[in-house]
Design a protein around this ligand. Structure first.
Ligand code: HEM
Ligand code: HEM
Length: 266
């Protein structure tokens, strides 16, 4: 006999589908380029917000969203490979690919924030570092893309494999939040327990991720300018102010013109 349980909460599902759509949009806008490259930056920063949300949700979200319940430890992986793993969330091998996907996305977004295209588009933190370092991070941005594409390919192949070979539909639970499992398994692992996190935790995760997104979208730069005027001894403002001045002093004139023409914020 089977029982239907609630497995993926709504924020988790929204996170997933927004992430998938945004990654496709970030890729397409970057490849088309031209006027769409500004949208690449905006979408990239939105992805940053999603990732921060997922990290916070991984600590305070509902049971199966929490990293601690699915993190692929050695003992979980070995139990899974020996066919002795019992669970209902991400299986340990799937969890390994989930962690790899999230980490690669973090590298992609993190490097993008400092990247430049040698013309007039750059990540919002470009001014905080020198051009050589930005070029290095740009090349990492371009190479981590290949890792990301490989992992996404693997992700989709695994979903097709589960459907075809194991007759398990993983997509439906990611759409509806519900999954059918054997009653015995549900009882053995107390599956009905703690599967909703509540509005307060959701609001907190949203607040933290929105604040970081605002900071990356230009808030930090604005804040550092204000703090520099009101409090010249503040080390953060000093650091960002100095770096900006050094960067501009050493930059060639054409570069400065390019910076001036570049969009002020995302
Ligand atoms: C998951 C998120 C992201 C994906 C999938 C992504 C993907 C890409 C791709 C496909 C390119 C073009 C590479 C090529 O030349 O063929 C690119 C370039 C670029 N991206 Fe992103 N990106 C992401 C996030 C970001 C973010 C957050 C920023 C900054 C706000 C950013 C800034 C840039 C810049 C400045 C370039 C131009 C680099 C160059 O011309 O070599 N990206 N990105
Ligand atoms: C750019 C495309 C995509 C990216 C970056 C992506 C990323 C991810 C990530 C990070 C997770 C882990 C969710 C979490 O616990 O945080 C995940 C899970 C999942 N994704 Fe995707 N995804 C993409 C496209 C898709 C598509 C097109 C489908 C459906 C056809 C899909 C179906 C699923 C399912 C079913 C799971 C849950 C797997 C499980 O039960 O363990 N994904 N995806």
């Amino acid at each position: 006999m089977k029982v239907t349980i609630h497995i993926w909460d709504l924020p988790h599902r929204l996170f997933h589908w927004l992430l998938a759509a945004s990654v496709v949009a970030a890729y397409v806008t970057a490849k088309i380029g031209g006027a769409l490259i500004d949208w690449h930056g905006r979408i990239g920063i939105f992805i940053l917000g999603l990732l921060i949300f997922r990290i916070v949700w991984g600590f305070i979200g509902s049971t199966h969203s929490r990293f601690v319940t699915f993190f692929p430890t050695f003992s979980r992986l070995s139990a899974y490979l020996k066919g002795r793993w019992e669970g209902i969330g991400h299986n340990p091998l799937g969890a390994l690919s989930v962690i790899a996907l999230l980490a690669t996305l973090a590298v992609q977004v993190g490097t993008g924030l400092f990247a430049n295209d040698d013309i007039a588009f750059q990540g919002p933190f470009f001014d905080f570092i020198d051009k050589d370092l930005s070029d290095k991070l740009t090349s990492w941005h371009n190479s981590s893309l290949n890792v990301l594409l490989g992992l996404i390919g693997l992700h989709l192949a695994a979903i097709v494999y589960y459907r075809a070979a194991k007759k398990t539909n993983l997509v439906k639970p990611m759409l509806t939040g519900k999954k059918e499992i054997p009653v015995a398994l549900a009882e053995a692992i107390d599956a009905g327990h703690g599967n909703r996190a509540g509005g307060v935790r959701f609001a907190l995760s949203l607040f933290i991720s929105s604040t970081v997104t605002w900071g990356a979208a230009g808030g930090i730069t604005q804040l550092s300018k204000i703090t520099r005027i009101t409090s010249p001894c503040c080390s953060f403002a000093w650091a960002s102010g100095e770096i900006t001045q050094q960067h501009q002093a050493t930059a060639p004139a054409t570069r400065q013109q390019q910076i001036a023409q570049a969009p002020a914020s995302f």
